[in-house]
Structures are given as structure tokens and as C-alpha cells.
Design a protein around this ligand. Structure first.
Ligand code: FES
Ligand code: FES
Length: 402
């Protein structure tokens, strides 16, 4: 057991916990502060958001022993907080909650948004809230409620508890002891979601995936096409035709150097994104294999996406087996959605649609005309299905332990 001392909701607390105890378990199990909810317990849903040294962190992935000396505030500490009182009233007025499971985390995050930004339009609020998932409301009421409080408080800024811009750092890392207010880096905190000028200015580079030094994640899929190998191989070499089969993707232009400008529109939870970038392809005729590389940027969320599709074709009966490996890197506001569970569902849904479109384009009917509706709606539908499947798994038993 490890003994630690910290301040919780203004009171000094000394507790002995197992070294593996999470901060969420510390407040819920040891201190009986059950207003902090646990949804995913893997840092995705934001239900467990609390303040550590004044900054929102996801307590489910924070280690309790790392918070020795820190100052922790849970939702229970905001009963008499004037700003939280306004937010609660606004949430009520704008129907910003239904089951209320996400609400403690939402309110902690909402309070931080109002304090830190002062002014934020709907788009900015949605970006800042991207780390808090709600399965009930559709977010509209939540965003309206926060906007309502921001507008109402304009002109009364002097009354607010202002928090200076803070560097990111490990939650409860002991900085509180020295008076420095430092946040949890493990959470995609609101601070980390700020549009980054350097990020926004960076152009998507057609360099090999992982050239940035970051490790790419990969998902493998296979599917069968009812067309002979030479026909499928030829089709994989026709980038414009391939792009038309990718849900949400569209070809903007083709350059003389063999690269293509493409766009990809997606809708993910409360956020819509349109990635614009370039794609190129390398092929090995002898191996019947190739690599399609793409990189793009969504300017609204300052998110960079870079991906590679490695494919290999083999004859199977009279048809063709397609084995693909999708590797991806995401940085910026939407990077938090790059969790294995979401991405596996997402790529599975996209691949199924891509395979269906490709199969249709290779059929005699598909050969006479373009694929229709391979655009945003299908992508949004896929993502909806993917996120829904993932969220329903996530919330099947929100109180599950261990
Ligand atoms: Fe902590 Fe989901 S982010 S429970
Ligand atoms: Fe947000 Fe139910 S009100 S999860």
C-alpha cells in the first residue's frame, strides 16, 4: 500500500491505496465521492473528468499515487460555485441532459471552457467538448447552454475566477507542492485542443508514414471480390476510380507528378471535418501489391491525418482476395478518436462499404456508369454505425469494474 496526502474539495486527506489505484477509484471508492462517473475507464468518454490542480483531467487514467500533494476538485465541490450554478441552470433550461450520466464531466469541462476562453462560438465549444461523449442529447443543448452562460457573463468578467494559461504536464505530479499549477497530460484537455498555429500551417507531406517519428497504428482487413485477379489489379491502378469507391472521398485534381488532390468529409460525434490533402500510389506488378499514401488537414479542428493503405491481391477461385493493412496517424483535436476500438469499427465499416462499391464498379452494371452516393452521407452513416457500435459496447455496463 502507498500512503498519499492530497487536498480533495478543500479538505486535507491522507489515504493508503494500492499503487495501481486510479484517481477515479480513489475519489469514488476511498472517499465515496460518487458524483464522478466512470464510463469507459480508458480515457475516451470524459465522464470521469475532475479538476487536478485546477485543470480538467480524466481521473480513470490518472494514477492516484501520482497525485500526492495535488489539489483535486470533484463535482461535489461545486454546489455553491456561482459559475457552476449558472451552468446547471442553463443545462436545465436548454435540455442539456437526459440520463445525466455524462453530466458531471460535462459540467466540469463546461466550467473550464467558460473560465479559460471567456468568449467561444459554437464551433469552438464543440471542439473543446470533443473529449466528452454524450449518448443521449446530440450535444446541441449542451453547446447552447454553455454558449448561453458565456454570453450572459460577458461584462461580468471581473467576478470570474480567472485561470492563467498553463503548461501541460503529468496530473498531480507534485507541482502543486511548489505552487505551480500543472495539469494532466494524459487527457486531451481543453488546453491541448487549442488550434495550434504551427499545426495549422504545416502542409501535409507525402513522406512515408511515420517519418515524423510517431508510431502509426494499423488495422488489417480482407475481403473477396467476384472479379478475376488481372481485372482487379488493373482497377487498383486507377486512382480516380478507386477514390470514387471510398466513402466520403472525392478527387479534386490530378498533378503531372502522379499525385492527386483529394478531399474526405466525415462526421464524428459532434464534429464534422473535411480533410484536404494529397495521395500517391506505388505498385509492384510482380507481387500484385501496392501502397496508397495520403495525408490531409482539417483546418477547422486543426487535425492532421496521414494514412497508408497497403494492399495485396491473390487469386481465389474465379475471384480475387484483397488483403489490406491500413496504417494511420492523427494529430490535433480529433486525435482522441484514434482509439483502437473506434478506429477498428470505423475502418471495418469503411472497408465494407469500399469493398461493396469496388465490387459494384467491377460488375457489368457498374462498368457503364459512375458509383453514386459514395460521398459524405455514406461516410457519416458508417461512422454513425461505427461509433454507435462502439458506444453501445462502451456503455453496455457503465458501472462495470475490473
Ligand atoms: Fe474516464 Fe471514460 S474517460 S471513464
Ligand atoms: Fe449525456 Fe445521457 S445525458 S449520456
Amino acid at each position: 500500500m502507498s500512503e498519499l496526502s492530497l487536498t480533495v474539495n478543500g479538505e486535507k486527506v491522507t489515504v493508503a491505496v494500492e499503487p495501481r489505484t486510479s484517481l477515479a477509484d480513489l475519489v469514488r471508492e476511498n472517499l465515496n465521492l460518487t458524483g464522478t462517473h466512470l464510463g469507459c475507464e480508458q480515457g475516451v468518454c470524459g465522464a470521469c473528468t475532475i479538476l487536478v490542480d485546477g485543470v480538467p483531467v480524466r481521473s480513470c487514467i490518472g494514477n492516484a499515487t501520482a497525485c500526492d500533494g495535488a489539489s483535486v476538485r470533484t463535482i461535489e465541490d461545486f454546489d455553491a460555485d456561482p459559475l457552476m450554478t449558472e451552468l446547471r441552470a442553463a443545462f436545465n433550461a436548454h435540455h442539456a441532459l437526459q440520463c445525466g450520466f455524462c453530466t458531471p464531466g460535462m459540467l466540469v469541462m463546461a466550467r473550464d471552457i467558460v473560465l479559460r476562453l471567456g468568449e467561444a462560438d459554437e464551433q469552438r465549444i464543440r471542439i473543446e467538448l470533443a473529449g466528452n461523449l454524450c449518448r443521449c442529447t446530440g450535444y446541441s443543448g449542451i453547446v447552447k447552454a454553455i454558449r448561453w452562460v458565456i454570453v450572459a457573463r460577458q461584462g461580468a468578467r471581473g467576478e470570474l475566477e480567472q485561470r492563467p494559461a498553463l503548461p501541460l504536464g503529468p496530473a498531480g505530479s507534485g507541482h502543486a507542492k511548489t505552487g505551480t499549477d500543472v495539469s494532466g497530460a494524459t487527457k486531451a484537455t481543453a488546453s491541448s485542443l487549442r488550434p495550434d498555429a504551427e499545426l495549422a500551417a504545416r502542409k501535409p507531406a507525402p513522406a512515408p508514414l511515420g517519418a515524423s517519428g510517431k508510431k502509426a497504428s494499423a488495422v488489417r482487413q480482407s475481403f473477396l471480390l467476384d472479379a478475376p485477379l488481372p481485372v482487379v489489379w488493373q482497377r487498383f491502378g486507377e486512382v480516380p476510380a478507386m477514390v470514387r469507391c471510398i466513402p466520403g472521398a472525392s478527387l479534386v485534381s490530378e498533378a503531372a507528378d502522379g499525385t492527386y488532390d483529394i478531399k474526405m468529409r466525415i462526421k464524428m460525434g459532434p464534429i464534422g471535418a473535411e480533410f484536404a490533402g494529397t495521395a500517391s500510389q506505388r505498385r509492384d506488378d510482380a507481387m500484385m501489391a501496392g501502397v496508397i499514401h495520403g495525408a490531409g488537414r482539417d483546418t477547422k479542428s486543426a487535425t492532421l491525418a496521414e494514412g497508408e493503405l497497403n494492399y495485396r491481391l491473390t487469386a481465389e477461385g474465379e475471384g480475387t482476395r484483397v488483403d489490406i493493412e491500413v496504417s494511420y496517424l492523427l494529430s490535433g483535436a480529433l486525435a482522441q478518436f484514434a482509439r483502437a476500438g473506434i478506429v477498428t469499427h470505423f475502418i471495418g465499416a469503411i472497408t465494407a462499404q469500399f469493398a461493396a462499391n469496388l465490387g459494384r464498379s467491377l460488375s457489368p452494371e457498374g462498368a457503364v456508369g459512375p458509383i453514386e452516393d459514395a460521398g459524405e452521407l455514406r461516410v457519416a452513416g458508417s461512422l454513425g454505425v461505427a461509433l454507435k457500435a462502439w458506444l453501445s459496447e462502451l456503455f453496455r455496463n457503465p458501472f462495470r469494474r475490473g
